[in-house]
Design a protein around this ligand. Sequence first.
Ligand SMILES: [Zn+2]
Length: 300
Amino acid sequence: MSHHEAWRSVLPAGFSWPSGVRAAACFTFDLDAESGLLFDHPEVAGQLDVMSHQAYGPRTALPRLLRLLDRQGIRATFFIPGFSAERWPDGVRSIRDAGHEIAHHGYLHEGSRGADPATEERRLLRGFEALEAVAGVRPIGYRAPNWELSYALPAILARHGIRYDSGLMDADHPYRLAVSPEPGAATIVELPAHWALDDWEAYNYLPGLTGSGVIGSPAEVVARWTLELDALVPEGGLFMLTNHPFVSGRASRAAALEGLIEHARAIDGLWIATCAEIAIHVETLDLPAVAHQPPVLPEG
Ligand SMILES: [Zn+2]
């Protein structure tokens, strides 16, 4: 293919999937539990009703989801805040023991807005310590709480052995992310995600805290996700679905999710894998590094 016909390929330059693979899908679960609200709303620590809503994830939904994944014979990636690991150690160990990947999701699910690099690094290390203490796991993957990423964070992640991030929104395919624009800067793998493939907005409602009170029908939500999966396959893309046990582990939502997984398993050439498996494949590719830089605002 000559260079001026590169646009004819649906895949970015240098990108390929393993032999026989057309596209890939990751089913991921963020075990936010209580921590998903406590950083932004510390007052809810004293509100039993709100805490019980979040506890549904590890207490009730997680065993259901682990049974579902076992029935379907797929491995998922669980992004776990350190605080959730310390509060629900048996649940986190059950994820590990079922063979799923455990990845980093902050300590108290801290958003990065306004945090300086030293603060971001301190939270990252505290998350590592909790996952190590509870599950003996040293994750290679990171997902920023609320998908909030500062320009400084990728370099901090790389310095502490994180090999992939999942949460930037500028691509349909994994790519190599340079941690700074400097020549020769370290790189990690980016596994892009998107709000439309997240269950939080579709389903979640807690009065005064999150959601509009319009709660999506599982049939409609999963139909929307299925449209995106079916459209990404011919594009050779990565379908990155982000669910939360306390949200999507409710009975009818889990049943609808299982239907989507069955649909995905029936797609010829679709690789259903953990984020780590995808990232390790992408590390073998000779991809140009993408360096993000903030736009310079005009004066005046
Ligand atoms: Zn989260």
